[in-house]
Design a binder for this molecule. Structure first.
Ligand code: PSV
Ligand code: MN
Length: 386
């Protein structure tokens, strides 16, 4: 198979998971601008997600967030998804929105609050059993604001204890993905601030515990692709939460702020053998001012473009240049791939998959946007509380 044919095959098997919450209303702490036609419940979120998959062909699963996506019957929700050609993906826990969690959740100084948090995580595993989801995604807002506020080391012990209980509950084929974030909402210490802390806990827990890299959760200037290379080398990269940032945790469309960084990340994924179903490629974004469904389609396409460029890196030429110490040539080989316009290739890939080559225009023409505005009248639009 030629390199181009291999790249096309890989692009056709790509899977990007979209987040249920990206279909709902979101905003900043200043204002949430509601959009007409936004889903009122998890079923309608799945209907929208199915459109993203219909037009991209590579977004077959949808991540849920509990309690935002709480329903009475998760089996019925899974069937609803399947009927629309998608499946339920990672279950995201939420231990950051209850008043009890002011001083933390799983790391809280009070054992009763820790119990409540761990029980929520165990409930999330019950939901995974019902939905058939493989991954439990854990992000903790835990931390402190002031030096001396709590025992930093003791909080790590509590974290380890809580995680171990949840780890034991995981069934065969289930995993926990531990996400890190360097600050916010805590401003002095965060209990899982970086990949090293997440890695240390996952290593101790065992093979079902893996680190998830949210691309927006690093300090400016952090070399994320190095983290990706290292985690893959250690067999501990469980997945990504893709989004992009200019300043902090901006949750903008992946590839919008820095497509070169996304390419460098995807190159390390490909180089490290991470382009497999073992690594979950998820979006974690908020579309505050732009139309949500086309923004998610655009995000999926941005991931595809970075992946295509990464797949086109001439590995032989790069290796030869690296071995001979030809710094300029090695850099040129990588930049050649990055500077390739892969849009014609992706249009071909889509046509070969029986799709419209231009997913955003196809979506705009299909009438779904107008239909949901007309039909979804009344009720409570979904947001970060519903
Ligand atoms: C936290 O900022 C985070 O990245 C976690 O993944 C949460 O589950 C998600 O955002 C909620 O939007
Ligand atoms: Mn995230």
């Amino acid at each position: 198979m030629t390199e181009l044919a291999a790249a096309k095959t890989a692009l056709k098997t790509q899977a990007v998971e979209t987040p249920s919450w990206a279909y709902g209303n979101s905003g900043t702490r200043f204002k949430v601008f509601a959009q007409a036609g936004v889903p009122r419940n998890p079923y309608e979120k799945l209907d929208d997600a199915a459109k993203v998959h219909e037009f991209t062909g590579v977004a077959p699963t949808v991540a849920l967030h509990i309690p935002w996506d709480r329903v009475d019957d998760y089996g019925a929700l899974a069937i609803h998804a399947e009927q629309r050609g998608v499946r339920l993906g990672a279950i995201n826990s939420n231990t950051f929105q209850d008043d009890d969690y002011k001083l933390g959740s799983i790391c809280h100084p009070d054992a009763a609050v820790r119990r409540k948090a761990v029980d929520h995580l165990l409930e999330c595993v019950d939901i995974m059993d019902a939905t058939g989801s493989r991954d439990l995604k854990l992000w903790f807002a835990d931390g402190t604001n002031y030096p001396g506020q709590d025992d930093v080391r003791g909080r790590q012990d509590r974290l380890a204890e809580g995680l171990a209980e949840v780890y034991e509950r995981l069934g065969d084929g289930q995993r926990m993905l531990l996400e890190y974030k360097f600050f916010e909402p805590a401003f002095y210490t965060t209990d899982v601030p970086d990949w090293g802390t997440a890695y240390a806990h996952c290593l101790k827990l065992g093979p079902k515990a893996q680190v998830v890299v949210d691309t927006g959760h690093h300090a400016p200037g952090t070399n994320i692709e190095f983290i990706v290379a290292t985690l893959l080398r250690e067999g501990k990269l469980g997945g990504f939460d893709f989004n992009s940032r200019f300043y902090a945790d901006d949750d903008l469309m992946v590839g919008a702020a820095d497509p070169f960084q996304l390419f460098r990340i995807m190159y390390e994924v490909v180089r490290g053998g991470g382009f497999t179903p073992e690594v979950a490629f998820m979006l974690d974004q908020c579309h505050n001012i732009e139309a949500k469904i086309p923004a998610i389609i655009r995000s999926v396409m941005n991931v595809q473009e970075a992946t295509a460029k990464a797949l086109l890196v001439d590995g032989d030429a790069l290796g030869a240049a690296q071995r001979s110490g030809d710094v300029l040539e090695a850099n040129a080989v990588l930049m050649d791939a990055f500077n390739t316009d892969v849009r014609p290739l992706l249009r071909e890939v889509r046509q070969e998959m029986g799709l419209d080559p231009d997913p955003v225009s196809a979506y705009r023409r299909c009438g779904w946007a107008e239909a949901i505005v007309a039909e979804r009248v009344g009720g409570q639009q979904a947001g970060w509380g519903a």
